[in-house]
Design a protein around this ligand. Structure first.
Ligand code: HGY
Ligand code: MN
Ligand code: MN
Length: 421
């Protein structure tokens, strides 16, 4: 009964959060946007209703704490993100926050030997400002105040966007946590891939995260009249960029080691049907299961792009916006998740994550564990994204049992700082 009622509650909350969007008719919830503020307020309200002490930190992460009552106790962190891509699905991110709130609500009456903190990060997708997973990154290390001077495509700085959100004079360095204060971080998330559905399994335990990099590539050629410049004299920035995109695709397709490359955004300065593009900027998202494949892929791309730029007489500028090495999930956390699943009669199934997550960033701070939930057709970053209430309910029950397993594993350290193992 518990899993199904939790699943129904999760589905209602997912739908409520999906209504927080900057656009009518589709889900678009950028970091620090009015929709993000609406979502943060709603999540804060749910956390308060679950009996958590709620605060919003200086990077707009909503934090709900269930205190164990022991001064100086360590914290088990649970959470995910509430920002979204454009025309997004409604489960990517919110499921992990909602699962944490429902788990905390179910455990509120139990004496845990650690504090439980549920975190709703505001920026994981990294689509508004140059970096990504800014909320979780800020917990892992003291970030420089200079981050606040980075600006979005409209030229608005993060500092100004935070002020519009209601956060004035943000201080970033104090957000960092000490490893000895954190027992671990657990994230529940839809798989965003087809494996669990193909395996006919509701849940999976994540073993590792792919190496990933995101780049902004600017190509400058020479604009001109579409009708008067002979083809042999052109330095067409769009054709050069298009050839680079195809070169990236070719290199990834030829990789036998799982390299993937995506050009997801492109812009042309002063676009006009009858003008030769002189300036083009595009993004490249590059990933691989291991660092060696990723680094070799990045080098091959850079070499191919430089050669194309030379051949076409255009200039090339590559900026690395974000990069993360391949990251393993803690073996201890994987085993604790597996023990929890087994105790519920669910056979543990382990799989890697091709997507990046806050848990990948949090691995610099703590033991991380990640529980994947089956999603229909493996579709994500799309409005057809879907996870069933039944599977979501099982995920919440598994999270509750995982927290209990961690509590049982350290009764003698009530209130003491220190990592799980
Ligand atoms: O890009 C990713 O892997 C994640 O969805 N931010
Ligand atoms: Mn995403
Ligand atoms: Mn996500």
């Amino acid at each position: 009964m518990m899993a199904s009622s939790l699943g129904v509650r999760a589905a209602v909350m997912i739908d409520a959060l999906a209504r927080c969007s900057d656009d009518a008719g589709r889900l678009n919830r950028p970091y620090l946007s009015p929709a993000h503020k609406q979502a943060a307020d709603l999540v804060g309200q749910w956390m308060a209703e679950a009996g958590l002490e709620v605060m919003v930190n200086d990077l707009a992460t909503v934090c709900g704490r269930l205190s164990c009552g022991c001064p100086g106790a360590s914290s088990l962190l649970i959470g995910s993100h509430i920002d979204s891509v454009v025309d997004a699905g409604r489960y990517d991110g919110p499921l992990g926050v909602i699962a944490g709130i429902l788990a905390a609500d179910a455990l509120a009456a139990e004496r845990l030997p650690f504090d439980l903190e549920i975190l709703a990060f505001g920026d994981e997708e990294g689509l508004r400002f140059p970096d990504a997973t800014i909320g979780s990154l800020a917990l892992t290390r003291p970030l420089p105040q200079s981050l606040l001077e980075t600006s979005d495509q409209s030229g608005l700085s993060m500092h100004e966007a935070l002020a519009a959100f209601g956060i004035s004079e943000p201080k970033l360095a104090p957000l960092a946590r000490r490893p000895e204060d954190v027992l671990g971080f657990i994230e529940v998330h839809i798989e965003q891939g087809p494996v669990l559905e193909q395996e006919d399994r509701p849940l999976g335990i994540v073993t590792s995260f792919a190496a990933a990099g995101r780049f902004t590539i600017t190509v400058e050629g020479r604009s001109g009249h579409a009708g008067t410049v002979p083809m042999a004299l052109r330095h067409d920035a769009f054709s050069a960029a298009a050839e680079m995109a195809l070169a990236a695709e070719r290199l990834a397709r030829a990789s036998a080691a799982g390299l993937v490359a995506t050009v997801g955004h492109i812009s042309i300065a002063s676009p006009a049907a009858n003008s030769i593009p002189g300036w083009v900027r595009f993004t490249l998202d590059l990933r691989a299961p291991d660092d060696a494949t990723y680094v070799a892929g990045r080098l091959a791309m850079e070499t191919a792009f430089a050669q194309l730029a030379h051949d076409r007489g255009v200039s090339l500028n590559i900026v690395t916006d974000y990069e993360a090495s391949a990251t393993p999930c803690s073996a201890e956390m994987q085993n604790t998740l597996a023990a929890a699943l087994s105790s519920l009669g669910i056979e543990p199934f382990r799989l890697p994550s091709g997507a990046g997550h806050d848990a990948q960033t949090m691995a610099d701070l703590a033991h991380v564990g990640m529980l994947f939930v089956r999603c229909r057709g493996g579709v994500s970053h799309h409005p057809d994204e879907y996870a069933s209430p039944k599977d979501m309910g099982l995920a919440v029950v598994a999270l509750i049992e995982t927290i209990r397993q961690l509590a049982r594993g350290m009764p003698d350290r009530r209130g003491k700082r220190g990592r799980i193992v």
